[in-house]
Design a protein around this ligand. Structure first.
Ligand code: PMP
Length: 456
């Protein structure tokens, strides 16, 4: 079946773009420079523009449409809820909110049995940090360089990437540390074991020098997402858990991007059997059909607020339409074995294909990932690992990545591009045929970046 929006309607497309240019102020963009694609509609792993072009979405938008676009069960659940009860304040008990919380408690690791709802990831991080500070009576929060935790006040300060804005507030008690990343090791390590050991030693020394009595929390992405799909070595998360236990520090795992099937498990932490004290989620919880995020909370931290009020809240916390879509999403993921599909496609199709691509392309330095959560780290020189473009490259400096993205789009593939990397992050529902189609387009587009590499 060809969806109706596959039919070209360039006139409407031009009108949509003109209104956008006149009135929409876009995120992360220079307003006069951004030239957004006007989207007519979407279905499954694809979306269409008004010229009738179809794009295979290897970005899952912002790595959130885990269940694909327009899943009929989720669309129906939102419609049914809208007909019944569109909104109700967070202080009431309602069926969809209770059921969403129950299901989230069921699928999150260990005994994280209570859920505080937010409208997205950054608010989840803000509230997790607030809970940790109130629970411990301490102020400092440790977060990793090469991380993304959101764009609100505390979350942007926790975010550890090379983008820094002089206007942002002072670090507000944030201490950054280096996580493990063997390909560009800060620790001069030559094996995963060594990288793990030295990264943990570094973290514990920082805790000692900052004073454990002042450290409320350590926050980590279980698998680092936006900053490069960095899969931690085997013992790393368990090692951080031990450090937290030793010093009474709250362990927060940020699973906003890595959660809800993305890595081929319900949560990335499940791969290593690690249970945090607080877990932040958003995106995949309902594939972003209606804004939703939250914090899953351990019994011990929940007990802190048993008789003492939790001083935080949001008008739309646990919004009925968002919760209805989360219930339908989690049920569909179970019924259709979508997490299992992500694991299978990653292991059997995407992983082997990307390793084959890396062997044939001069510009592909490293392949990392699991499930439907992969990165190609593009380099100028495979021997030195020098990134293909500098951090925060713009204009001519960023030409290799801009040309690569354009080549992907020309080939019908919508890529996720960040600095010198392209991430392969299709929906968890991606089929083998779709994955192969996208990988072939990616393979072809990489001939563009090869031209900028040594021996390319
Ligand atoms: N944490 C992580 C790990 C994320 O990937 C993101 C979003 N990319 C956020 C937090 C922030 O989420 P949101 O944009 O919904 O505020």
């Amino acid at each position: 079946m060809t969806p109706p929006f596959a039919v070209a309607d360039p006139e409407t497309g031009a009108a949509v773009k003109a209104a956008d240019r006149a009135h929409v102020f876009h995120s992360w963009s220079a307003q006069a420079v951004i030239d957004p694609l006007a989207v007519a509609g979407a279905e499954g792993s694809y979306f269409w523009d008004y010229d009738g072009n179809r794009y295979l979405d290897f970005s899952s938008q912002l790595v959130n449409t885990n269940i694909g676009h327009q899943h009929p069960k989720v669309v129906a659940a939102i419609q049914e809820q809208a007909a019944k009860l569109c909104t109700i304040a967070p202080g009431f008990a309602v069926d969809v909110r209770s059921e969403a919380a129950r299901l989230i408690a069921e699928v999150t690791p260990g005994d994280l049995n209570q859920v505080f709802f937010t409208n997205g990831g950054a608010e989840a991080v803000e509230n997790a940090v607030r809970m940790a500070r109130l629970h411990t009576g301490r102020h400092k929060v440790f977060s990793a360089y090469r991380s993304y935790h959101g764009a609100t006040s505390t979350a942007i300060n926790l975010t550890g990437d090379p983008r820094r804005w002089p206007s942002d507030t002072a670090s507000a008690g944030v201490v950054h540390f280096w996580g493990p990343y063997l390909y560009r090791s800060q620790f001069h390590a030559t094996s995963e074991e060594q990288e793990c050991e030295r990264a943990l030693e570094h973290l514990e020394q920082l805790v000692a020098f900052e004073g454990p009595q002042s450290v409320a929390a350590i926050i980590l992405e279980s698998v680092v997402g936006t900053a490069g799909i960095l899969v931690p070595p085997a013992g790393y998360l368990a090692g951080v858990r031990e450090i937290c236990d030793r010093y009474g520090i709250v362990f927060i795992l940020d699973e906003v991007m890595s959660g809800f099937g993305r890595t081929g498990a319900w949560f990335a932490a499940d791969h290593w059997g690690v249970v945090p004290d607080l877990l932040t989620f958003a995106k995949g919880v309902n594939s972003g059909y209606v804004p939703l995020g939250g914090v899953a909370i351990s019994p011990e931290i929940a007990a802190t607020f048993a008789t003492r009020a939790y001083p935080g809240g949001l008008t739309y916390s646990g919004h009925p339409l968002a919760c209805a879509s989360a219930v339908a999403t989690i049920n569909a993921m179970r019924e259709e074995r979508i997490v299992e599909n992500a694991a299978d496609i990653g292991e059997r199709v995407i992983g082997p294909a990307l390793r084959d691509i890396a062997a044939r392309h001069a510009s592909v330095g490293e392949v990392r990932g699991l499930g439907v959560f992969w990165a190609l780290d593009l380099v100028k020189d495979k021997a030195t690992h020098e990134p293909l473009v500098p951090y925060n490259a713009a204009g001519a400096d960023n030409a290799p990545m801009a040309e690569f993205a354009a080549a992907c789009k020309k080939g019908g593939l919508w890529p996720f591009v960040n600095m010198n990397r392209t991430h392969v992050v299709p929906p968890c529902t991606v089929t083998e045929a779709e994955a192969k189609e996208g990988l072939a387009a990616l393979d072809e587009a990489l001939s563009v970046t090869d031209r900028y590499a040594v021996n390319g």
